[in-house]
Design a protein. Structure first.
Length: 185
């Protein structure tokens, strides 16, 4: 995905950009906001100068990785609106929890590093909250969750579980399923 606002790039530029992002995703999942620029370049098979031409700062790299994650979540939230309301909400919460576990402090880093412009963390929060509101509303209307459950309650639960299980998505899923049993009527 080319950075927004840029003119179309040459094919080799685009290939390098995609290779850098593909290399960065698992490294960010493992190391979070402390990801090594040098390791990203090495894993992508490009030099440090190429990495810096594409991403002049760690923030620029993290920002794009985070934007991609937000876009994947947005699409997934839309998909889940078409199925069973209870199962869709649980699936959403599980996938959201795993995404939070796999971004390892990225949201906090981007917010702390904000330089006055809109951060990707803010954009992602809006995407996540909107999808959660829609899925909770459907689940409430279908009687799939207890009355009084709020999207903010569930987002707080996801945040707490992701912080408690950092880098262990299996534990995050297990804890979320346990908690979700208390959300069902």
């Amino acid at each position: 995905m080319a950075s927004s606002g840029l003119k179309p790039q040459r094919a080799d530029w685009q290939r390098n950009h995609e290779r850098l992002l593909a290399a960065a995703r698992p490294l960010v999942a493992r190391d979070g906001a402390q990801v090594s620029f040098e390791e990203v370049a090495r894993e992508a098979g490009v030099g440090s100068a190429t990495l810096h031409r594409h991403f002049p700062s760690r923030r620029a790299l993290l920002d794009e990785v985070f934007r991609e994650a937000a876009e994947r979540l947005r699409r997934r939230g839309d998909e889940l609106l078409g199925g069973d309301p209870g199962a869709g909400l649980l699936t959403w919460l599980e996938e959201l929890t795993v995404a939070a576990v796999e971004t390892r402090g990225l949201s906090a880093s981007l917010e702390a590093d904000a330089d006055g412009g809109p951060s990707s963390a803010e954009g992602c929060h809006g995407v996540v909250r909107t999808a959660t509101v829609h899925l909770v509303d459907r689940a409430l209307a279908a009687g799939a969750v207890r009355p009084g459950i709020s999207p903010d309650d569930l987002l707080a639960l996801v945040t707490a579980i992701s912080l408690a299980t950092e880098s262990d998505s299996a534990a995050a899923r297990r804890l979320l399923r346990l908690a979700f049993d208390g959300v069902r009527p």
